[in-house]
Write a protein that binds this ligand. Structure first.
Ligand code: ATP
Ligand code: MG
Length: 600
């Protein structure tokens, strides 16, 4: 079993193998080329014509020699040949232009379609998919794997076919015009090429290893840059540098091993390959000397042998490229074949049904898909009337956030039922359903754009007035208008340029704009100081008016007003009631929590 990091760096593809099954699957990717099939076919036609033209042009140098030595069979003058050459080259360059252009159109357009589909799939997949994978792995599929496939569609496939045509054409020409020599050549060239490919494969393996190790060094850089504050706070600069240096050292060593092999390979090419080439030419020269072949034939022969050799050599590398692109295709298809959690129809015209806001949990049991063996909720039952505020309290890890996430249908329950307005949640259209719910989490992550963009996220159709109004209600307008750029202030990546309390008030404004029937507040005020907590609390009070709300809070002062408080411990509800009722339970968990906070 490969570890996740190995998959990420592509180590599992060490020896790409081709099977019919794989090939059949990979061809599915070609469904993205189908819309551009005529462009593709036209490109192929230019490719084939261009390759034949190339073979024809290569016949001319030999003919020139024949004309000079008076052995020409066609009665052409040097001027004739030169004019012919110019014409052929002219046609050839036009063909080349269209070949490159047409394949670029096909590959760019079809891969844009693929990227689009891939992104649509990703964004509609459920939360568990993302918990099972690293972000780096997913983005690498979007970028590296698609790029690899694109390379094949735009270039490699065309070149592969071109070299096949040239190879077959070259062999045919040699066999037809020089039977005796063809025999010598057809034994020598494949043998040498086979050796060269064997060598090449070994070197590529080393290069890939180097690539992986380089990727590892980049992981170190990435990780440390992402948590640069931790690195500095723990003064681990030296430690990280040593880690990096060590990894870099490994990379260099592998690279040098590869260089060593490349050196040997270069020596091999010069000696064996050119040796073989000259051996064949030597044989041809002997034939010419004995008068069995015109001088131009000798040149023809050398030229076509070189062309065939070149074709075989490049076929090998194109072949590996195609095989590894098939691997990439598989990884892409694996994502595309995942079931989406929501369907995005072109104008997702889901009728906006507004919930009344009655919520009921019936004996809900749940464990996270990534940790099936630990049951997080062990039979939770609760009921919330429309417009009520309930609170969830309890020690860390009790399952409070889990209850909220289940209501958002980020996960499905293992057993029991969650009903909204009397209907099991799974029976609603997921998008219409989630439109009725807003959440203000403890750690608000904003998008990198402006404050306006972030508030608009609650309702992209809102007017400027609505935005300002929402910001006012969220107690956010004061600080927003104090920025020179106002709503157009850039919040920085993930919102880092705002304070925690400011981020939270932006999130509240966003929730106000969404105007949900159900509101979920997960520790919305716990990381704030008293001053901003008061501001946020006021904003939340506005927001909660007329909505069914579930509040999770460590600070019990914030939930005194709740209609009902559920005390959760170890995935079970152990106490419930109003603040007054629970305070009466002398040995109760609620009371002990309250007492702890009171002492502090
Ligand atoms: N995505 C997840 N995958 C696997 N296990 C999880 C996941 N999220 C939470 N858990 C586990 O589920 C249990 C309940 O977590 P939950 O987040 O619901 O606790 P909580 O009551 O909200 O705690 P806190 O007050 O610290 O926020 C914990 O043991 C936690 O380790
Ligand atoms: Mg929590």
């Amino acid at each position: 079993m490969a570890t996740r990091r190995e998959q990420y760096s592509g180590k599992t593809e060490e020896r790409p193998k081709l099977s019919r099954e794989k090939l059949r699957k990979a061809l599915k990717i070609f469904s993205y080329v189908v819309p551009y099939k005529w462009t593709f076919i036209a490109g192929m036609a230019f490719l084939a014509l261009g390759s034949l033209m190339f073979l024809a042009i290569m016949k001319l140098p030999g003919e020139i020699l024949n004309v000079i030595s008076g052995e020409s069979q066609y009665g052409l003058s040097l001027n004739n040949i030169f004019v012919l050459l110019l014409i052929l080259l002219g046609i050839q360059s036009v063909f080349s232009y269209f070949r490159v252009q047409l394949f670029a159109v096909v590959s760019e357009r079809s891969m844009a379609l693929l990227r689009n589909d891939l992104y649509e799939k990703l964004i509609t997949l459920g939360i568990p998919f993302f918990e099972e994978r690293r972000v780096g792995e997913i983005t690498s599929r979007m970028t590296n794997d698609v790029t690899q496939v694109q390379g094949v569609v735009s270039m490699t496939l065309a070149e592969f076919i071109r070299q096949i045509i040239i190879f077959i054409g070259g062999v045919v020409i040699i066999i037809v015009s020089m039977k005796k020599l063809a025999f010598v050549m057809l034994i020598t060239v494949p043998l040498v090429m086979f050796l060269a490919m064997f060598f090449g494969r070994y070197i590529r393996k080393l290069m890939r290893e180097r690539q992986d190790q380089l990727a590892q060094t980049n992981v170190i850089v990435e990780e440390t840059m992402q948590s640069i504050q931790s690195v500095k706070a723990y003064t681990n600069e030296g430690f990280e540098l040593r880690r990096y240096t060590k990894q870099l050292d490994l990379t260099v060593r592998t690279a040098l091993r590869a260089a060593h092999m490349r050196g040997i390979f270069a020596a091999f090419i010069i000696f064996v390959m050119f040796g073989a080439l000259f051996f064949i030419i030597y044989q041809a020269a002997l034939l010419t000397q004995s008068g069995a072949m015109p001088k131009g034939g000798l040149l023809d022969f050398a030229v076509y042998t070189a062309i065939i050799g070149g074709a075989i050599a490049s076929l090998g590398s194109f072949y590996t490229e195609i095989v590894s692109a098939i691997g990439a295709t598989e990884r892409i298809l694996e994502i595309l074949e995942q079931p989406s959690e929501v369907a995005l129809t072109p104008d997702s015209g889901v009728a906006k049904t507004r919930f009344i806001g009655h919520i009921q949990y019936r004996d809900v049991r749940f464990s996270y898909p990534t940790r099936k063996d630990i049951e997080v909720l062990k039979g939770v039952s609760l009921e919330i009337e429309p417009g009520q505020r309930i609170a969830l309290v309890g020690p860390s890890g009790a399952g409070k956030s889990t209850i909220v996430q289940l209501l958002l249908q980020f996960y499905t329950v293992d057993d029991g039922n969650i009903l909204v307005d009397g209907k099991p949640v799974s029976q609603y259209d997921l998008r219409a359903y989630r439109q009725n719910i807003a959440i203000v989490p403890q750690e608000v992550m904003l998008f990198g754009g402006t404050i306006r963009d972030n508030i608009l996220y609650g309702n992209p159709d809102a007017s400027e007035e609505d935005i300002v109004d929402a910001a006012r209600q969220a107690n956010a307008w004061e600080f927003i208008s104090a920025f020179p750029e106002g709503l157009d202030t850039i919040v920085g990546e993930r919102g880092v340029k705002l304070s925690g309390g400011q981020r939270q008030r932006v999130a509240i404004a966003r929730a106000i704009l969404k105007d949900p029937a159900i509101l979920l507040l997960d520790e919305a005020t716990s990381s704030l100081d008293a001053e901003s907590e008061k501001l946020v609390q006021e904003a939340l009070d506005v927001l909660m008016k007329g909505r069914t709300s579930i509040i999770i809070a460590h600070r019990l002062s914030t939930i005194r007003e709740a209609d009902r408080i559920y005390v959760l411990d170890g995935g079970q509800i152990v106490e419930q009631g109003t603040h007054a009722e629970l305070s009466l339970l002398d040995k109760g968990l609620y009371n002990s929590l309250a007492r702890l906070q009171f002492e502090i």
